[in-house]
Design a protein around this ligand. Structure first.
Ligand code: ATP
Ligand code: LTN
Length: 332
């Protein structure tokens, strides 16, 4: 396919540690499929991660961890641009321009902000303007497609609203992007509480399975996971959220339909399902972990990030020139 016929894809993951199977199945697995027929940029969004306090030494390590995980799950730096957000100054520059074209009313309606600021009398301003920085990430690269988990739907809508608003006011400046969501796995729930999404920041480590978890930890988390007392293996999110969540995870990792799994486990107990799921998850994560170990120590990783920043920077610079022209910023 000629480059000009390709769609531009952009997505980001925060380097906040503990990348879990929710991140992987909801978003990152799509990244790999998309890189074959599109021009893809995959970012480590470190500036988003400082909306909540981070330990600086640990943050640096987590940035390299996510970069190595991107490659370990199958992102190919020859096909995709892999880079760190703060290496390209256009993200912060465009974010300010978009901040001036977004409204406190619409930002106050973002559910992620409401959740993350809950119980605080006053929240960091960056937590409030987080979705605007995300819009800047996306619009900076004339992105057509944004593969993300379901929890990001509202942020994608906001990005579209801001792009359309500016295009209407200043003339065509931005490509209006579309979100891309997986059919199964777009919202993996916490193992200890299937009413909440699996999250990096939850206190209980058994609420999630991290991509780098040891087999014994994976086993413990799955065997302990919350189910119900009915004893029937059936997909029913409303009445059986725990079992439905395990079936979703199983289905995507094993590439089998939920119906096929329901048929296989008819008349069998939750223990059987959990034991088999442990094996399926371990079999899927072991090769990723082996590749991760190799890449994380390598010079190649640093070269990929350097090269990624340069390639992303070229695209970002062209967009910023256009934006400055449209808004009358600067004098050149
Ligand atoms: P936290 O879990 O601490 O709230 P996060 O995992 O949502 O953070 P990111 O690292 O930026 O934050 O998420 C990376 C991608 O993973 C996003 O596309 C997001 O939509 C997706 N994602 C996050 N949690 C889940 C989940 N439980 N199920 C499916 N997709 C998810
Ligand atoms: N907000 C996202 C992470 C993120 C992102 C992006 C995703 C930041 N910038 C741009 C897609 C495109 C999250 O919290 N999951």
């Amino acid at each position: 396919m000629a480059v000009k016929d390709m769609k531009r894809v952009f997505s980001g993951v925060q380097p906040t540690g503990n990348i879990h199977i929710g991140n992987y199945l909801g978003a990152m697995k799509q990244f790999i499929e998309l890189q074959n027929e599109n021009e893809c940029l995959y970012c480590i969004v470190d500036m988003h991660s400082i909306t909540l306090p981070q330990d600086p030494k640990q943050l640096r390590q987590h940035i390299l961890d996510v970069a190595a995980l991107y490659m370990a799950i199958g992102l190919d730096p020859k096909k995709s641009i892999i880079f760190v957000q703060s290496d390209v100054s256009g993200h912060a520059e465009l974010s300010w321009v978009l901040t001036c074209n977004s409204y406190t009313g619409e930002l106050s309606r973002m559910t992620q902000f409401k959740q993350k600021s809950k119980g605080r009398e006053s929240a960091p301003t960056g937590l409030f303007t987080y979705p605007v920085l995300m819009a800047a990430d996306i619009l900076l690269y004339d992105t057509d497609i944004v593969p993300v988990g379901n929890d990001q739907k509202q942020h994608i809508e906001l990005t579209r609203d801001i792009a359309i608003r500016i295009n209407n006011k200043y003339g065509k400046t931005f490509v209006v992007p579309d979100g891309k969501f997986v059919k199964s796995g777009a919202r993996i729930m916490a193992l200890d509480n299937p009413d909440a999404k699996m999250s990096k920041s939850a206190e209980n480590p058994h609420s999630r399975i991290s991509l780098l978890d040891e087999p014994s930890k994976i086993k413990k988390s799955i065997m302990k996971s919350t189910t119900d007392s009915e004893g029937v293996i059936r997909f029913d999110v409303e009445h059986k959220p725990g079992i439905s969540n395990l079936l979703s995870i199983y289905s995507v990792f094993a590439d089998e339909t939920v119906e096929a799994l329901e048929a296989r486990y008819e008349g069998r107990g939750y223990g059987d399902l959990k034991k088999d799921l442990v094996e399926v998850v371990i079999n899927n994560l072991t090769p990723i972990q082996e590749r991760f170990k190799e890449i994380r120590q390598s010079q190649e990783l640093l070269d990929v990030l350097q090269d990624g920043a340069e390639r992303a920077g070229v695209i970002a610079e062209a967009t910023m020139k256009r934006v400055k022209d449209r808004f009358g910023l600067g004098w050149k």
